[in-house]
Design a protein around this ligand. Structure first.
Ligand code: CA
Length: 216
C-alpha cells in the first residue's frame, strides 16, 4: 500500500512517515499543497493523509481540485475541533478526518479502515480457503497456524487479497508497494512472491504469464 502524506510541520511529518513505514506502507511526502496536488494527481495512491493548514495551497483547495479527476481516499488532519471544519472537509470530499493532536494508533486504524472500505471490504478478516488474513492485527494464519511474514510480504499479500480474482500487474504492484525514495530491483516483486509461496503454498498465488499475479 502506498500513501501520500501532505504535511508542512517537519517533526510531525517525520514521525508519521516513520510510523507508517514501520507498518510496511510505502510513503511519499509533500511539504506544501502544490506539491501535494501534483503528486496526488500523478500517482494512484491507496490513501492520502492531508493536513488542512498548508502553505501555497490549503488542504480544502487541494482536495477540491483533486476531486475533479480522482477519488483517492483522503484522511484530513484538522487542527481545530470545530464542527464547521469537519463538515466542510466531509462536504469537500474527504473520506475521514482526525483532529490534531491525534494518537498514531488511531490514525493507523482509520487508514486501515479507509483502505478496506475502498476495496469493498467491510470485515477486518479476509478468508481465502484455509488462509485467514486479519487486516487489523496484520496477521496471517493458514489452516489455523500462524504464518510469519515480513512487513513487505504482508502488504503484497494483502494487496493481492483485497483484489482477489483480479490479475494484478507487476507495474501496479511496483506502484503500490514502493515509494519515490526507493530504488527497486526489477525482480524484487518476484522474490517476494517466491517467498510468499514458500510460506503459503505454491498454488496460493497464481502467475498469469505476461500479465501479473492473482489470488483466485
Ligand atoms: Ca499545517
Amino acid at each position: 500500500m502506498r500513501l501520500l502524506v501532505v504535511e508542512d510541520e517537519p517533526d510531525l511529518l517525520a514521525g508519521l512517515v516513520r510510523a507508517l513505514r514501520k507498518q510496511g506502507y510505502s510513503v511519499d511526502t509533500a511539504p506544501d499543497g502544490e506539491e501535494g496536488l501534483y503528486k496526488a494527481r500523478d500517482t494512484n495512491y491507496d490513501a492520502i493523509v492531508l493536513d488542512v493548514m498548508l502553505p501555497r495551497l490549503d488542504g480544502w483547495e487541494l482536495l477540491a481540485r483533486l476531486r475533479e479527476t480522482k477519488a483517492t481516499p483522503v484522511l484530513m488532519l484538522t487542527a481545530r475541533d470545530r464542527s464547521a471544519d469537519r463538515v466542510r472537509g466531509l462536504d469537500a470530499g474527504a473520506d475521514d478526518y482526525l483532529v490534531k493532536p491525534f494518537d498514531t494508533p488511531e490514525l493507523l486504524a482509520r487508514l486501515r479502515a479507509l483502505i478496506r472500505r475502498t476495496a469493498g471490504q467491510t470485515r477486518t478478516t479476509l478468508d481465502i480457503g484455509e488462509v485467514q488474513i486479519n487486516t487489523a492485527a496484520r496477521t496471517v494464519t493458514s489452516a489455523g497456524r500462524p504464518v510469519t511474514l515480513t512487513a513487505r510480504e504482508y502488504v503484497l499479500l494483502e494487496y493481492l487479497a483485497l483484489h482477489r480474482g483480479d490479475v494484478v500487474t507487476r507495474t501496479e504492484l511496483y506502484e503500490h508497494l514502493f515509494d519515490e525514495s526507493e530504488t527497486t530491483l526489477s525482480n524484487i516483486i518476484d522474490v517476494h512472491v517466491f517467498n510468499l509461496r514458500r510460506k503459503m503454498g505454491q498454488d496460493f498465488i497464481v502467475t498469469r504469464r505476461g500479465h501479473g499475479y492473482c489470488i483466485e
